[in-house]
Design a protein around this ligand. Structure first.
Ligand code: ACM
Length: 533
């Protein structure tokens, strides 16, 4: 009996033990699940990073930036260390006004406690040029990338992990400048993430463009396309043809004074953008949208006389003479001068809305101009229907603004997606938007966010996307801000974050918090009442 009792006691204990083990196991499984879930919850409510990183894992604790913090930099070679120092310098300048800190920049790979460390040592090729890893502990923030460009992208994330007051231009004393302990692994989906500004319909100064470049850089935009010529204005100095700017640059839509960039000013914009890892892409729109050139030089017209300047907003009435050698000599000179001051491998030749050029003449013209551009070592980009011209092939990039890109698909041309009904920054948000156009429909913030370039072309042909701001109705910095922001943040995220990780309801929460950052920088963004209650 005793023995029996003993035996059953033993088996009972074994069963109890098994139950205990199973319970612990399932609790720990549940825990794991909970932790995974809490990472997700924290990801959505604890940071407002836009564009959303590929992977964000939050730990416990925080890194504290203080007046004694330093920025350490070290590359794989002297040139990289130099480049990283320049990135550190920009970061230091950004952190200074609000924190009041004069951070030291130190060249070295043994970062002291409470420092930020920017490095390419240990960066991996798989990160690509723009990927980065950011490891934040209670002691340091380290950004490790394969290339300095990736470090720069990571620095934009770093700034967004600091409190929103960090972007204020005046001293803030009641804020703790901390970053949550976390690990981020990040790289972009698309290599081309662009903003276009039409400086032809209304002119914007060098400083106004630089301001937009600086703001766009914080959302990891990496291309700014300048639409430099149109019917209403020629905005880039061409030394061989001074009347292009003297006459062609002298006005704008509505008859205002217009303006233009000297070549030195253009170079200064290019340098300012390059320091922020943004490439400037110049556009000379041809053969239509060319009245400003035709108004500057008689030899570009059939009757040898200058056309009148134009300050209206019609399109499709102007054309270069497509069978005049003088036209091609002129265009070649223009492309040569701009190419010499434009390091981008791309040169945009327009090609849209050439409604007063016969199709056969259009085809001949764009084919010839693309060859001229290639002769100066550049890759031509053109708006559709440039892809339909027989001489245009896969060495040309299509910027797709309508949804007709069949020819480009057939020719396997690479594409930049800028579908007007989704990506045009000049479209009104809704019927009460005070300026902007609506021919492609209204584009509320949600519409601007909820689409994907692969809806318009096969993934392997897509370089990325670009959001154009046409300026027929936009003449001030405040108006420009209003149309660009906050929609550009959505375009930046579409370009950076894979579509599987994007979700409107979750994005909206991050966007709401980003509003404070926009306000703190003095950006006149559209405060949609559906997002900012
Ligand atoms: C365009 O909107 N005309 C490219």
């Amino acid at each position: 009996m005793k023995k029996k009792h003993n035996k059953s006691f033993k088996s009972l204990s074994l069963i109890m033990l098994a139950i205990l083990i199973l319970t612990f196991y399932s609790i720990s499984l549940f825990r794991d699940k909970e932790e995974v879930q809490s990472v997700f919850v924290e990801e959505t409510s604890d940071n407002d990073i836009i564009p959303k990183p590929l992977r964000y894992e939050k730990g416990t604790g925080k890194f504290l930036l203080t007046k004694d913090s330093s920025i350490y930099v070290k590359g794989n070679n002297e040139a990289e260390t130099e480049e990283l120092s320049r990135i550190a310098e920009l970061l230091k300048e950004k952190l200074k006004p609000s924190t009041g800190f004069e951070l030291n920049i130190i060249r070295g790979e043994k970062p002291a406690v409470s420092s930020i460390y920017l490095t390419t040592i240990g960066g991996e090729e798989a990160q690509g040029n723009e990927g980065y890893k950011m490891i934040t502990t209670s002691e340091n923030v380290k950004i490790i990338a394969y290339k300095p460009e990736g470090v720069f992208r990571g620095v934009q994330t770093l700034k967004q992990l600091l409190p929103t007051d960090i972007v204020k231009s005046t001293l803030v004393t009641n804020v703790e400048w901390s970053i949550p302990v976390s690990t981020i692994n990040d790289k972009p989906e698309y290599q081309y993430r662009g903003l276009m500004i039409d400086v032809a319909r209304h002119f914007f100064t060098e400083d106004e463009i630089k301001r937009q470049i600086d703001y766009a850089a914080q959302y990891k935009i990496n291309r700014v396309h300048l639409h430099l010529t149109d019917d209403q204005g020629w905005r880039i100095e061409i030394k061989k043809y001074p009347d292009l700017t003297l006459i062609g640059g002298s006005t704008e839509v509505g008859g205002g004074p217009g303006g233009y960039y000297t070549q030195d000013q253009f170079k200064s914009i290019v340098k300012y953008a390059a320091d922020r890892y943004i490439e400037i892409i110049p556009e000379v729109d041809m053969p239509g949208h060319s009245n400003a050139a035709l108004a500057s030089y008689g030899f570009l017209n059939p009757d040898g006389k200058r056309k009148p300047l134009y300050t209206g907003t019609d399109v499709g009435f102007s054309s270069f003479m497509t069978h005049s050698e003088k036209t091609y000599e002129f265009i070649s000179d223009v492309i040569k001068e701009i190419s010499e001051i434009s390091p981008s491998k791309y040169f945009h030749i327009g090609g849209d809305e050439a409604e007063s050029t016969k199709k056969a003449d259009y085809d001949y013209f764009v084919g010839r101009v693309a060859k001229i551009v290639e002769g100066y070592g550049k890759t031509p980009i053109g708006w559709d229907p440039i892809d339909t011209a027989p001489e245009i092939n896969s060495s040309v990039v299509l910027q797709n603004w309508k949804d007709s890109n069949e020819a480009a698909r057939e020719k396997k041309m690479k594409m930049i997606i800028s579908i007007a009904s989704k990506a045009y920054l000049d479209m009104k948000y809704n019927e009460s938007t005070p300026y902007g156009l609506d021919w492609a429909g209204y584009i509320p913030i949600e519409t601007a966010y909820k689409w994907d370039p692969t809806e318009y072309a096969p993934r392997d042909l897509i370089l990325g996307l670009e959001a154009p701001l046409w300026t027929e109705t936009i003449s001030t910095v405040e108006q420009m801000d209003f149309m660009i922001y906050p929609r550009l943040l959505g375009y930046a995220e579409i370009g950076w974050t894979p579509k599987e990780l994007r979700n409107w309801d979750e994005y909206k929460i991050r966007l709401e918090k980003q509003g404070e950052r926009l306000s703190n920088q003095g950006i006149n963004y559209y405060r949609d009442s559906g997002i900012w209650k």
